[in-house]
Design a protein around this ligand. Sequence first.
Ligand SMILES: [Ca+2]
Ligand SMILES: [Ca+2]
Length: 284
Amino acid sequence: MNKHNVTYEYKNAPSGAEPAPAASEHNYKTEVTVASDPAKVQDYVFMGWKTSDAKVSDGKFTMPDKDVKFTGEWKDDKNNNDIPDDEEYRKITYTDGVDGEEVFPDKVFDKALDGLPTPAFGNDPEREGYTFKGWKPEVAEKVNGDATYVAQWEKNPDEIVTITYDLNGGEFNGSTADIQENYKVGEVISIHAAPTREGYVFSYWKGSAYQPGDSYTVEGDHTFTAVWVAVEKTDDDSDKSDKTNKSKGVKTGDEADLAGWLMLMLIAGAGTGYIALGRKREED
Ligand SMILES: [Ca+2]
Ligand SMILES: [Ca+2]
């Protein structure tokens, strides 16, 4: 009489699993009952004893003329519903709810499981000029199917700031007073027209260097100061000889910086002082 072995082997067995059933020997053509499933192990599910060596029906098979090897696979079942997790993953998405702008990249949890706590987004998202007002719909305590949560935002009141143009000795529309304009932060404005000044030509608005009509994005209170270049005197002005020497040649009219520059020259030496001044002026 031919005798063959029936063996049982686990695949991915968790440490808490009972030992796999012992091997047994059976006569060819006799009816064999498949070993029962092992006891449940927390967070895992047993997928049953499977073989390709015999045809099992109702937990029984007729012994073939060869060994029969059963393999029993364990799979994750973190929500302990006896359904392997990889067959029931849910997708939880958190999104910014703002078209055409990525306030934050979608945060996706694609291995969420029904009955377990909903994976949290983390710290509240932030958006320039807005206040975060929670998620819609409200985040469920426990996962129950796929879900998408959309951030809700409330616009903050506009911050109004003042842009000042210091005419620096010049005048505009007959006034020498500072010109002040109020804007919302973030607004793109057009830099004010040039003022005029007797004996000088307008060069640029300092802070940094802007020309009338240039675009400027308002960030906060800010002052632009007119920079003037003295007009060179011609022979026609010789009658004003007392003033001629003083205003001859091109002068920036930027005495403060000139004084600072001279100080730096004295303190730090010509080369480094010049570089320091150059940087300062770029940052103005
Ligand atoms: Ca499961
Ligand atoms: Ca978006």
